[in-house]
Design a binder for this molecule. Sequence first.
Ligand code: ATP
Ligand code: MG
Length: 514
Amino acid sequence: MDGASSHLWSSVNSGIVLSILAVALNLLWQSLQGLHLQDIFGRYARRHARRLAAIVDPYLTVTLAEYDGGRMRRSQAYKEAQAYLQRATRDARGGVRHLKAEPATKENDDRLVVSMGDNEEVADEFKGATVWWLAYSAPPREENSPFYWGKAARAERRFYRLFFLERDRDLVLAEYLPHVRREGRAAMVKERQRKLFTNISGDSWDADGFYCDSVWSHVVFEHPKTFATLAMDPTKKREIMDDLDAFKNGKDYYKRVGKAWKRGYLLYGPPGTGKSTMIAAMANHLDYDVYDIELTSVRTNTDLRKLFIETTSKSIIVIEDIDCSLDLTGKRKKKKKNKDKDEEENNQNNKDGEKKEDEEEKDDDKSGSSKVTLSGVLNFIDGLWSACGGERIIVFTTNHVEKLDPALIRRGRMDKHIEMSYCCIEAFKFLAKIYLGVDAHPLFDDISALLREVDMTPADVAENLTPKAPGEDADSCLATLVDALRKAKEDALAKKAAKGKGKEAADDDSDDEE
Ligand SMILES: Nc1ncnc2c1ncn2[C@@H]1O[C@H](COP(=O)(O)OP(=O)(O)OP(=O)(O)O)[C@@H](O)[C@H]1O
Ligand SMILES: [Mg+2]
């Protein structure tokens, strides 16, 4: 081959290589683009197909607004739909391109929760029907609008619009929407941060600056006590935990027997025996919120009912020291005196009735001080209103169970009575294990013997077992406890002796008088 032809041959060769390369690059580029375009085209095609289909089979829409009318309160249905759609968005691979990310609600949780961005649409299937959800927002309200009130009004207003075909109307309204709410609620419960509510309300703006007209204010509930660290007789503890589990899983049972899904617990015992601690352990075990009612701050029975209505399910409603919060005996006795016997019996039979409650409330108003009455509390526990919502536990605590009106604590109202007693030997061993990490010690026998003779609360035992200075070990803490128990024994003996002397003196006096 001469020089000219070899040059020509090599140029043809490099031309072929270059062309192949260009074609390959072009193909790659097109396939990449094609994928993307197809995807975008698919989304628009889907949306337009839905709109075209609507010409022959019109679709209906349901709109959920984030805020309820002029009250500027976040709509529960919107929150549930949002939680439901967060999952649907996550699962709709490739369907939603613009996601919005917000921090998870739980503290110390680094995850971001993604939801549909504005004007995004997600399709969902339910029992053979297809529905579409569209997220959109509207600009903030005009400043001169009557609803321009609080931060919420100044924020963007967000909506979800559900599209569905007319032929699926019944299915969507009767089954799909309740399904969305149920699933959304379950997702919210799973993701939620548990709260401790109180009725001593602060301001009417929540943490996000949104107006809330709730009668409750709350903080995050993070109590460290669990049943694993609660000292009590192990059999009794197991029994309580089983009872709580049966309640939590008892939805069908309560429905079958026709009872409201709630349960009352009465915790009684001397101060420091762990009643409040038990409530925290119960809430942690069940993963429920806690509503702590300060009864002395509730003005009327109606306010008490309002408080109840505004509690959510999966919660423990607590009234601590019920004997101190309310005169539960005096009022009933006074009323009884003024009525004849028949009326009294009648009253007894209907003591939960609204009539009596109204009468008492009127009496209160006449006397100028509006207070919660016994019948208000009875109604609160098992009146008609108490059946709304379900899955609530009501806990009363008291140091003086004998002071409480029997009607208040009868089974059916307070279904389970739990005595929180002074520290027993099992409870002591449990505390020694937790506080000092010891299972056995030569001082255990002394301590056990002393605990049989002396009443000491778990709170006091725990305090004595807590090291007070660096380097203080199990030996010295147990020795401190022995000293404290001996002292308590001496004090008890001295008190008994003094009491005996006092009684003798009183007897002598009465003999002289005779
Ligand atoms: N059974 C127990 N197991 C472990 N710790 C306990 C127990 N009982 C009490 N304590 C400890 O003692 C302290 C006081 O207990 P708690 O407040 O629960 O008592 P209480 O019965 O509610 O008292 P009061 O009647 O005065 O309200 C708590 O900080 C708790 O850690
Ligand atoms: Mg307490």
